[in-house]
Every structure is written in C-alpha cells, then in structure tokens.
Design a protein around this ligand. Structure first.
Ligand SMILES: NC(=O)C1=CN([C@@H]2O[C@H](COP(=O)(O)OP(=O)(O)OC[C@H]3O[C@@H](n4cnc5c(N)ncnc54)[C@H](O)[C@@H]3O)[C@@H](O)[C@H]2O)C=CC1
Ligand SMILES: O=C(O)CCC(=O)C(=O)O
Length: 325
C-alpha cells in the first residue's frame, strides 16, 4: 500500500509497542487523548480506524464527527464505552480482543479477594506509617469458604478454577451459562438470592448492561452474610458504590476489593473512607502480557479489515464489506 494512500489509524489511549509493530508502515498512525473529548472530536475527523481502550467513549457524536471512519477496535473486552448500535448504523465495524486480558483480569480479582481476606493493603500502609498492628489486621482463610461468582463467562470461569485450587467451594449465578459448562468447572449454579445468602465472598464478572447496572445494590446487599467480602473487577456501577458504602458502615458487609468505578477516572468514592476496602484504578488488564495480546489482536483485526478479509473478533458484522465499505 503506498504511504500517501495509507489508512489513518487514530490511537486514543496507551497501547503496547507491539500494536504499532503489527500495523507497520502500511498505516499512518496518529495519537490523541481519548479522554479529552474536544481532542478526540478533532482528531477523529480524518481517521479511517480508531484504536481505543476503556477511557475513550465512542458514541453517536464521535461517530458523526468521524467522516471516514470504518473500524473501531477495542484493545480489551468490555464494549460498554462503544455505542455498537450507532456504529452499525454509521457503517462502522466494531471489534474487540475478547481473550487478550482475561487471565490478567482473573488474577486481579483473585488478588483483590486475597487482599480483602488478609487486610494486606491497610496493614501495608500502617506498617510503613510506623505501626506494627498484628491484631488489628487479623483476617480469614479462603479454604473451606464459599465464593459466589456472578457471571460465569471467560473471566468468571478462570476465577472459579483458581479459587477451587484454594479449596474454596465455588457457586455461580449466570442464567445464560449452560449447566454442562458449570459441571465441567465443578461449579454449582444458584439463583442470585441463594448465592448472596450463602457466599463468604462474592466476585462479579459481568458486562455492564442495562440489566447488570446496580445488580449488586441496596436490595442485594441486604441478603448477604455480614462477613461477606465483595470483589468487583468487572465494571463500575454493577456494584452500587453508595449502597456498598452504606452496607459497610452498617456492618452488613465486612470488606471489598474494587478495581472499577462508576465514573472513571476518579479520585473520590464513598468507598475510600473504609480501611476494609482495597481499591485499584482499573488495573485488571494492566499487565505487559495482556496489553501485548490486546494490541496485537486489534492491530491484526485492522490489517484484516483493510485487506478485505473477515475479522474473527468483529461484533457487528464480519468484514468491512458487511458494513457497505
Ligand atoms: N477490570 C478490568 O480491567 C477488566 C474488566 N473486564 C470486564 O469483565 C467483564 C466480563 O468479561 P468476560 O468474562 O470476558 O465476559 P464474558 O462475556 O465471557 O462473560 C460474561 C458473563 O456474564 C453473563 N451475564 C451477562 N448478563 C448477565 C446477567 N444479567 N446476569 C448474570 N449473568 C450475566 C454472561 O452469560 C457471561 O457468561 C467484561 O465485560 C468487562 O466489563 C474485562 C477485562 C478486564
Ligand atoms: O482498557 C483497559 O485496559 C481495561 C480493560 C477492560 O476493562 C476490558 O478489557 O474490559
């Protein structure tokens, strides 16, 4: 492809070097800050492809500003920041990288769960502040406890396998999963209320959809054991932060590990007031391995699309031809 006719790829968030290596000289790569709305709206005007992570919101306004856009490629799993229906209407192919970061996300959830069980974060802070507080930070074991996995998809299943190795009993709520899959994983499927009533730990692995927003909210948090610890490394808003803060305050929940927030980026949340809550700034996919896989995956999809080939990870069609491009 001669460079003067090369498609323009707009990269709106930090992606791995491998992403650019896969694109190579056949594409003109430009960068902008996808979290800066005005910068995004300016830069997208002459982009043929847009490469994003979770901080770039691709909605109808962005799609309308993007006169030449043919593909939006999400270097990760969640597509809640992309209006896929509006993209389809605009003839824009949407792809993600659905397996790129699942191991990293699962390991993050297990890390948060262990951190909440053993008070690792507050004990670390206290000791570095000069306090040797052994009795204050006594915790609980995982072995013999029940963990409720809410959403037994790719990441939920990896979490289930890993927590079974800690000798936990694993139960799950996922009305869309085949019972044979749960059996294969050694997981007992329950309805949500039973899971909430019986679990010592609850870990959420759902996509953010109108159905899942607030699923773990005030009502759900009135059904849990007071000793429960809750982990959310899926999406902010699925666990309602205000309801969780109230439950912690009233002693209806013992602790939480939270990687994702309703509004991101953020430096405030009612959850930050609790020592029993460990928080991280949406780091689930932030490993070198996941970022390399995600970048290579979306760059490969972009190459396939512009070569007129089918794109296996496309979510609203199979190729640019399907979108009338
Ligand atoms: N913290 C982070 O950095 C990361 C977060 N994620 C989040 O994790 C989410 C899950 O990822 P995967 O496991 O790969 O997705 P997946 O699509 O493989 O699994 C999601 C599961 O949720 C179930 N589900 C959907 N709606 C439901 C409902 N209303 N009630 C109960 N179950 C429901 C589905 O049946 C499916 O089994 C992503 O959508 C993304 O938002 C993903 C990667 C990294
Ligand atoms: O974009 C990121 O790095 C976050 C990963 C994530 O949340 C996802 O893949 O759904």
């Amino acid at each position: 492809m001669p460079r003067s006719h090369a498609p323009v790829v707009l990269v709106s968030e930090k992606l791995s070097d491998a992403t650019l290596d896969v694109l190579g000289p056949d594409f003109v790569v430009r960068h902008c800050d996808g979290a800066d709305r005005d910068a995004l709206l300016d830069a997208v005007v002459d982009a043929d492809a847009l490469l994003i992570r979770s901080a770039t919101k691709v909605d109808a306004e962005v799609l309308a500003a993007a006169g030449r856009l043919r593909i939006v490629a999400r270097a990760g799993v969640g597509l809640d920041n992309v209006d896929v229906a509006a993209a389809t209407d605009a003839g824009v192919l949407v792809v993600n990288a659905p397996t790129s970061n699942i191991v990293s996300a699962a390991e993050m959830a297990v890390g948060l769960l262990l951190a909440t069980a053993r008070n690792i974060a507050p004990a670390n802070s206290a000791l570095k502040d000069g306090e040797w507080a052994r009795s204050r930070y006594a915790g609980v074991e995982l072995a013999g406890k029940t963990v409720g996995v809410v959403g037994l998809g790719r990441i939920g299943a990896l979490v289930a396998e890993r927590l079974a190795a800690f000798r936990m009993k694993v139960v799950a709520y996922d009305p869309y999963v085949k019972p044979e899959r749960a059996t294969e994983l050694g997981v007992e499927l329950l309805d949500l209320d039973s899971l909430l009533e019986t679990s010592d730990f609850v870990t959420v692995h759902l996509p953010k959809t109108p159905e899942t927003i607030g699923l773990i909210g005030e009502e759900a948090l009135r059904k849990v054991k007071p000793s429960v610890r809750i982990v959310n490394a899926a999406r902010g808003g699925i666990v309602d932060e205000t309801a969780l803060a109230l439950a912690l305050k009233e002693g209806r929940v013992a602790g939480a590990g939270i990687d994702v927030f309703e509004f991101e980026p953020t430096v405030e949340s009612p959850l930050f007031d609790f020592e029993s809550v460990v928080v991280t700034p949406h780091l689930g996919a932030s490993t070198s391995e996941a970022q390399e896989k995600a970048g290579v995956s979306v760059a490969t999809s972009v190459r396939l699309a512009f070569a007129g080939e089918p794109v296996p990870d496309a979510v609203n069609g199979s190729s640019l031809a399907d979108m009338g491009r």
